[in-house]
Design a protein around this ligand. Structure first.
Ligand code: HEM
Length: 310
């Protein structure tokens, strides 16, 4: 058995865990997700994936709330606001003003309440946090050599997740339907348009026609709200399944039975020099020898499991 497939001792189930296990045999699945070895002295950088996941969940919740108040409509029924009723119906900011789009006004209305502005700001800044965290998580994976055998599939699913994250950012940017959103999207779609052969059909597809109109807003809204969350949800499930099967890389080959009890193995496939610098990275800068990731856990120490950390 590979070292990372260390099996936790049979656990006595209590409460809801026992209740569910008796009915739907959920115990094994719960153990699989929560009970696998991770290094005792894990570095904060190793949690960037979890941090990204936290922001993703926050984006999903705040996004659902925003969708209840946002109108994906580029036009308004009036061009110049002429009556107080139009203002009262929230189509216009004031009598005599040029009427803005319904999409823009709906966001103004969201921002007009304390809770609305909190939720919208969380969603707005969450987007930037998510992009930065995904890139940091990716860099950590790169510099720790976590993309190498046997985690190539985790890396590939991660690259797809990076694409999804950028897709969320790009499609979400248009939704306020103001000048900045409109022209920034125009530039983005025009760049895609320049790709030989596939560029123009692709640009027409996302635009919903040859020019950027209300059809584009509807299309971006559907992509942002339905298509990307569905694909991203599936990809995150796959990504986490792969991480669970293999354990985080610092934990790879973690536990090996030796004469001195449980001790650790070096990560396979990482050259000695890289392993040395990686192990400093993973062990939080504590001086280590050239024993690679093994120093992330004290030799002879106990095995920490995810369940222990919860
Ligand atoms: C929505 C975006 C993403 C989410 C929610 C996510 C989530 C996670 C989580 C929770 C883990 C396990 C613990 C950890 O290492 O932090 C993980 C591991 C990993 N992720 Fe991601 N990830 C995302 C994007 C990416 C990207 C863009 C890449 C690289 C292109 C990537 C590559 C990896 C790799 C290689 C591992 C294994 C790390 C190891 O074993 O040390 N992930 N991810």
């Amino acid at each position: 058995m590979a070292a990372h497939q260390h099996t936790a001792p049979e656990k006595r189930r209590t409460g809801i865990d026992a209740w569910l296990d008796e009915r739907i045999h959920s115990g094994k699945a719960i153990d699989f997700s929560l009970n696998h070895p991770v290094p005792l002295h894990i570095h904060p950088m190793d949690y960037l994936g979890e941090t990204t996941l936290f922001i993703f969940v926050s984006q999903a919740i705040t996004g659902m709330l925003l969708a209840m108040f946002y109108h994906p409509v580029a036009q308004t029924p009036y061009f110049i606001c002429t009556t107080a009723q139009q203002v009262a119906a929230q189509y216009c900011p004031a009598v005599g003003a040029v009427s803005p789009s319904e999409a823009w006004m709906s966001i103004q209305n969201i921002m007009g309440t304390t809770f609305g502005s909190l939720v919208r700001s969380m969603h707005f800044w969450g987007n930037y946090f998510m992009v930065v965290l995904v890139v940091m998580h990716m860099l950590r994976g790169f510099f720790a050599g976590a993309y190498k055998y046997p985690r190539e599939l985790t890396w590939i699913s991660g690259v797809a997740l990076l694409g999804m994250t950028l897709g969320f950012a790009f499609t979400g940017y248009l939704l306020p339907w103001d000048m900045k959103a409109y022209w920034a999207t125009q530039v983005g779609v025009n760049i895609a348009d320049t790709i030989p052969i596939v560029g123009t059909p692709l640009a027409d597809l996302v635009r919903g026609g040859p020019v950027l109109t209300g059809a584009t807003l509807g299309r971006f809204f559907a992509i942002h709200m339905l298509l990307l969350p569905a694909i991203t949800g599936g990809l995150i499930g796959l990504h986490l399944l792969l991480v669970n099967i293999q354990g985080v890389s610092a934990a790879d080959g973690l536990v090996v039975e030796t004469d001195q009890g449980e001790t650790l193995q070096q990560i396979p496939n990482v050259p000695e020099a890289a392993a040395d610098s990686n192990s400093r990275f993973v062990s939080g800068g504590r001086p280590v020898g050239n024993t690679g990731f093994s120093t992330a856990v004290q030799p002879g120490g106990d095995v920490d499991t995810r369940a222990d950390r919860l």
